[in-house]
Design a protein around this ligand. Structure first.
Ligand code: ADP
Length: 308
């Protein structure tokens, strides 16, 4: 009996050692991967884990990790480009501020009216800066920062149309609003208002004298569709895929004159995506454009990446 007990004990011991050794051997590739993954830094996001070998769980893990690295790398690249573009756009109004201040300070004969003229220029540059910074802050908003409440479309859209009337008069454009039924969505009122008014203001600014902008809202299967249709200049076909990109402008010189940074549509798209919706464009150059926002009536919040 004693020999049997010792035998069983020895057998169990050898079994445990062998099991441990086998487990250690089979986990070696995982340890190797985790060792390589630990070495990847923000600056070396272009590195990938070796994913050759048989199609087993280890390869699956390496593939999943590599895909995550690709997504992270793309996000970092976008972020860097965004920061560079933002800095570039900030430079112009800042340079205007500095140049004007330097010129007036160096002029010993500057009169009160010269100072008043410069103060007007500085105020316009400051307004541009404020607009840009406000746009950047909006684009930095994440999904958790929005506060939704039931929003009656007719109330919100009537207010936006009313506010846009002054601009419309200046551009000699007519605005109309058609809402056939009562539609309520869960939304962040100021943000949704901002998205629609960006579309409406574009419809007015990129229109022709005597043109029209029509705003409609209607219920769909499980959401609401807001359409802003204009009889404006339209958007060239080659520009349409880029239209929701940050800082994208069709005609840089013309829109800069009108005060645009190419952020209006990307802000609208960002807000719509924060609400779990999507935004679409149909445009015919020379005829006009139709921007359509679809929002879920359930108010579910979705991805922060534009899927236009
Ligand atoms: P911006 O502030 O420069 O207007 P947006 O992001 O709002 O920037 O628009 C990007 C570009 O798309 C604009 O430069 C303009 O050329 C074009 N665009 C936007 N909306 C319209 C529209 N309704 N009709 C024609 N062009 C438009």
């Amino acid at each position: 009996r004693l020999i049997s007990l010792i035998g069983i004990g020895l057998f169990a011991l050898v079994g445990a050692v062998v099991a441990y050794w086998i487990a250690k051997q089979s986990l070696r590739p995982v340890r190797h991967l985790s060792h390589l993954a630990q070495k990847i830094q923000v600056q070396t996001l272009d590195q990938r884990l070796p994913a050759e070998g048989p199609p087993d769980e280890v390869k699956e893990l390496a593939d999943a990790f590599n895909e995550m690295l690709t997504r992270l790398e793309r996000a970092f690249e976008q972020q860097n480009r965004f920061v560079a573009d933002a800095a570039h756009e900030l430079r112009t109004p800042l340079a205007t501020l500095r140049t004007n201040l330097e010129v007036i300070q160096r002029d010993p004969d500057a009169t009160l009216s010269d100072y008043k003229e410069v103060s007007g220029v500085l105020e316009r540059a400051l307004t541009r800066l404020e607009k840009l910074v406000e746009g950047l802050l909006l684009l930095a908003k994440g999904g958790r920062e929005i506060q939704t409440e039931p929003v009656e479309m007719e109330v919100l859209l009537s207010e936006i149309v009313q506010e846009a009337k002054i601009l419309a008069r200046a551009y000699q454009v007519e605005i109309s609003l058609d809402i056939s039924e009562s539609v309520t969505v869960l939304a962040d009122t100021p943000l949704l208002g901002r998205a629609v008014s960006n579309l409406l203001e574009n419809g007015i600014r990129y229109n022709r004298p005597g043109g029209f902008v029509n705003v409609t809202a209607q219920r769909t299967l499980n959401g609401v569709e807001i359409r802003v249709q204009d009889t404006g200049v339209g958007i060239p076909l080659d520009a349409q895929p880029h239209i929701f990109e940050r800082f994208y402008r069709v005609d840089r010189s013309r829109t800069r004159e009108q005060g645009g940074y190419g952020l209006g549509l990307s802000i609208a798209a960002h807000i719509v995506h924060l609400h779990g919706g999507h935004i679409q464009l149909k445009s015919t150059p020379g005829v006009g454009s139709i921007f359509t926002i679809w929002l879920p009536t359930t108010g579910s919040q979705a991805s922060e990446e534009p899927q236009t």
